[in-house]
Design a protein. Sequence first.
Length: 273
Amino acid sequence: MAAIDTGTNDLIADLDSGVLTITLNRPDARNAMSDDMNQALARTLADAEFNPDVKVVVLTGAGKGFCAGGDVKGMNSRNDGGGPGLGIDAAIHRQRVNQRATAGKLFKMPKPTLAALPGAAAGAGLGLALACDLRIMASSAIMTTAFAKVGFSGDYGGTYFLTQLVGSAKAREMYYLSDRIDAQEALRLGLTNWVCEFDELAAKTREIALRLANGPTIAYRYMKENLNRAMAGDWDDCLDLEATHHVHCGQTADHKEAARAFVEKREPVFTGR
């Protein structure tokens, strides 16, 4: 396992067997997002996108929480004049850049991303979890938009992802009322892929991540692009993109190895070529 210097204790990262595990590390604040955490997360994800040793990204939280979203105490301090402020236009630009570099990168990078939720994912933290391709929750974890309770409209892609995953009516309910969604309800709604006991979360996450890390890297890249484009794409465009990517994957060493392994009745060994 190789530890990665993120530049701040608010974010921990390590790379092991192709799995980059990024841990939001403010457990005393339920891993609420600090400026240092956001900037480090953006840098770490940008590096991961082009690092050939990174096959899959796991995002999790320290302690018994995933991410409580924005740091409301810090917001209150700034609102009371306790910190420097930006003009509204600069603030909007910074928010847009932050969102694209974090939630946007998790959603768009051509590698599988997995969120492991030991506890609550709220507000922007929920946006980060939903931006990942897959999610696993501890049975005690919850999801909530939370924004209505602090007078915000929402950020980090939550409105987009929830509308895609549960439909417009349910997404509106979750935003307007900000109710807590427990793990079993999240599983029923399709907001998470797996639920397990808290003390099993790390092992189950590792199992899934290693399966992805040892899978066909090139095929995953194009699967992800196909699936993301299909979320808002035209039917013919989706078919054409699938055809292009499918034929391309057919020329890879991974495909040829998998075909041989099928005939030889063994598991394929993928090399990402």
